[in-house]
Design a protein around this ligand. Structure first.
Ligand code: PHE
Length: 346
């Protein structure tokens, strides 16, 4: 091995490397070639191993040539790498380009369920008269759902509420929100003005006007000197706010074991205005809730003296209110989660 041979070998390596660099199609190919030439076991190292066989005074000269060759090879790699990665980036940008002028996908917006909307509206109206919303349990005991409401175990009035019993003795799913009255009167000193919305359950054959699961909103007011007239005035205000100012209303005698007297509260038919049509069964009236003065027995059951305190209570179905207001003819629509129905209530 002599100096001239080594120099030639180095020049040849430089030339073939430059050709290889120019031919590399992508960064990965370039990396592979770089390892092959400049790597620890690469061809440049291999050639330089020959230096050892040269006379000592010639070695620095080969060193100088080798450095120049290495520098030029490194430069060639660096320049090609910049060019290739630039091209790759450009290609990627082109492929991944977002067309900002394409129309967007609509965001599907949710809305409150019509039952919830109706309850919110009811709460808002009674809220103006000082009624506050309170929640009471869905799982009740026989005592609170019936007995303290003046419905003893064998009372025929139990037939009004087809009850779903739990397999825990004495426990049931509340059939109405009225047991909430008991809980409030047991725990709160009058004056009381509460609204008790919540889910109720009955063992019912399901049809257009009956469901086994539905909502009720209970109202209760207890104070000294509370009268049936107060209740009538309040319910009139409610009917007018909910269904329109000037709508005629009426009390009809009703029956509930926990109120005395008991009434049904009607509003003039919203379809015919009171003339009589199929929607109101030709009566001209539509019943919107049941109500009455809290029975003295019930007051006493909750530790309140009926000589001092009187109260009234009412209970309504928000679905029924919503059906009357929006002329919906089937209660099942409220339970079916059909978006074609639900999306109409935004
Ligand atoms: N709880 C009664 C029902 O389920 C409604 C009602 C409530 C009646 C309050 C009078 C007073 O039908």
């Amino acid at each position: 091995m002599d100096l001239a041979q080594l120099t030639r070998d180095l020049d040849a390596l430089a030339a073939s490397t430059r050709a290889g660099v120019a031919a590399a199609a992508d960064v990965a190919a370039l990396d592979a070639l770089e390892l092959e030439i400049l790597g620890k076991k690469g061809r440049l190292t291999e050639i330089l191993r020959g230096i050892g066989s040269l006379p000592v005074e010639e070695r620095p000269k080969v060193g100088a040539v080798a450095n120049v060759v290495r520098g030029s090879i490194e430069t060639a790699f660096a320049e090609r790498r910049t060019a290739l990665s630039g091209r790759e980036l450009e290609a990627r940008l082109l492929a991944e380009r977002v067309d900002v002028t394409t129309p967007g996908r609509p965001v599907r917006r949710g809305a409150l369920h019509p039952s919830i909307q109706a309850m919110a509206e009811i709460a808002e109206i009674f809220g103006r008269f000082g009624f506050v919303v309170q929640e009471t349990p869905e799982i009740e005991d026989d005592l609170t759902n019936f007995q303290l409401l003046n419905i003893p175990p064998d009372h025929p009035a139990r037939d009004l509420w087809d009850t779903l019993y739990l397999d825990v003795p004495g426990r049931l799913l509340r059939t109405h929100t009225s047991p909430g009255q008991i809980r409030v009167m047991q725990s709160t000193k009058p004056p009381i003005r509460v609204l008790l919305p919540g889910r109720c359950f009955r063992y019912e054959a399901i049809d257009a006007s009956h469901g086994s699961e539905f909502f009720q909103v209970e109202g209760l007011m207890v104070d000294e000197g509370t009268t049936l007239g107060d209740m009538r005035g309040l319910l009139d205000e409610f009917a007018h706010a909910m269904f329109g100012a000037g709508k005629r209303t009426r009390f009809r005698p009703g029956y509930y074991p926990f109120t005395e007297p008991s009434v049904a509260f009607d509003v003039e038919c919203l379809v015919c205005g009171g003339v009589g049509c199929p929607a109101c069964g030709r009566t001209g009236w539509m019943t919107i809730l049941g109500a009455g003065m809290v029975h003295p027995v019930v007051l006493r059951n909750c530790g309140l003296d009926p000589e001092r305190y009187q109260g009234f209570a009412f209970g309504m179905g928000p679905e029924r209110i919503s059906m009357l207001k929006h002329r919906i003819n089937d209660l099942r629509l409220f339970l079916e989660d059909d978006l074609r129905f639900l999306e109409q209530f935004r």
